[in-house]
Ligand binder design. Sequence first.
Ligand code: PMV
Length: 319
Amino acid sequence: MPAISASAPGKVILFGEHAVVYGQPAIAVPVTEVQAKAIVTGRPDQPAGWVNLQAPNIGLEAPLMDLPADNPLSKAVKGVFEAPSISRIPAMTIRITSTIPIAAGLGSGAAVSVAIIRAVSEFLGQPLPDERVSALAFEVEKLHHGTPSGIDNTVITYALPVYFVRTDQGEMKRVETFKVSRPFTILIGDSGVPSPTSVTVGDVRRAWQVNTARFESLFESTGAIVEHARRAIEHGDIKALGPLMDENHELLVDMDVSSIELDRLIQAARQAGALGAKLSGGGRGGNMIALVKPAEANFISESLKTAGATNTIVTQVKS
Ligand code: PMV
């Protein structure tokens, strides 16, 4: 049996973080320059049902049966095995590698799940449709996040921009993929400051409780920017996106989720020629993003590093 491999990209939030928690729409896009990869190799020298998992990036090598039920890798594999149509599991090794930075808001957990689910189901001769791949990856996401929004598994499975609206409880109310008429280039800069999303989400909630009218207005303005951005991406009006990113960042500053480090990187990107820039994800640390002309991406990336970025990724958003 030949080895089977499958890959899945990372993701980044382009517009609408935080306001999305309050029912406004947001947009996330795939980051195809970083990938998680799963390779499944048959092991005819071993008995049926023998499954060995290797994830060198995190120093893991273990038989599937030795991993706890709440191990995300094991849950992804078992999600495929448990399909009613699978009656026999041939012996196999599943090797997982990834170039997606871990715990950086870039969707590394969901990408690993999607790669595993695709490679294992194909190896078993029962490749799953995207809808099923995304649903299984969502189940694994629950181990990482408790109440995941479903955005990571969707944008990563379909590898297309996703427009989404969620409820206060974190469930998905609307999730739509959409087309990019003209490709555009995004530069991602990591501030190197770890910042758990749960902390900033909690802080925004407390501020909203104290100052409800002001925060509702910030969220509504954010929602309007997201709608505008979606239309601009669909119509290929890339020029409009830069100012929209700047405006969205100002609203995030008003929500008090930026930081000196993020603002320094955003300023540096603009000064070096970016068409717009904002923080991305939970804020206070983590990543910022900038819209850049492809020819200027390397120069602006170097400027970000000089301003303190610990890592940069240049990604082309396209359909
Ligand atoms: O940093 P990420 O990719 O996990 O995004 C967080 C986005 C928030 O809107 C701040 C929180 C959320 O759950 O939507």
